[in-house]
Design a protein around this ligand. Sequence first.
Ligand code: ADP
Length: 287
Amino acid sequence: MIEEKLKQIGDNTSIQTMTPISGGDINQAYYIKTEKQEYFVKANRNTADDFFQVEADGLERIRSTQAIAVPEVYYYDKSSSNKEMVLIMEWIQGEKTATTEQQLGEQLASMHLTDRSAQYGLGKPTYIGKLPQTNGWYSDWVEYFRDHRLQLQLDLSVKFNRMNQKRRLKLETLIRDLDKYLPNQPRVSLLHGDLWGGNWITGQAGKPYLIDPSVLYGDHLFELAFTELFGGFSEVFYSKYKEILSLEDYYEEVKPIYQLFYLLVHLNMFGEAYGAVVDRILKKYIR
Ligand code: ADP
């Protein structure tokens, strides 16, 4: 089956190696080597029809800034009829060098500086992890963040039974008062949108690549806040980033709210292990 798809992208040579790759928690991933070329292939039987298309679109949007590298996408299935969907892309492999994380900081900041949108959000739905992420274009960042980020996760958490009364009331209050805490008109940046340490990899000559995006246009501090949540980014990354694009003074005040979004996603996807840290953040803002 994969041979057919490789043929469609012009590789008629035979497969020499096919090795499963661990690390991703959503799809099966494989290293495939044909006589002609190496590939990274993701396969999935239970995703929405547009799952890989959304991933490919996000990578393309990042690539178009020309600020930072992403793997080239060769092929993706646009619809499934009960069969396995695949995404075929460039195989990236390399060793970190002394400048890899410097480049990552500089290039991410450059990407955040190439604003190509006058509005916040995105014109179409995406995914965050495997959860559907609704979107829309907004002239006000707080409204976008309220409707499509916190409220959406609150609704899901009620549906998935992840809320208790106290947590729910606090989150509802925070959502209602969000204007008090977040900026309405921050710089509009293209954001990777799911930038934890596992979503950047190193290629040839130590060049950093972004993978697995969930793109949107919004406050660059939202991206930075997530990089800090689970680690995987060094001091030199932050210092280089800040040389290109400084962090607004209110960063420390907004950071927990931006992290809260990702923690709610984790609460919804993985359960109560993330409940205590969600409650700790809510307590900071709502007594
Ligand atoms: P998932 O969508 O299941 O989360 P990922 O995109 O995170 O899968 O990929 C799983 C693992 O494969 C990652 O941890 C990463 O190290 C590796 N990987 C991802 N893309 C490439 C690539 N283009 N080339 C080589 N390895 C990759």
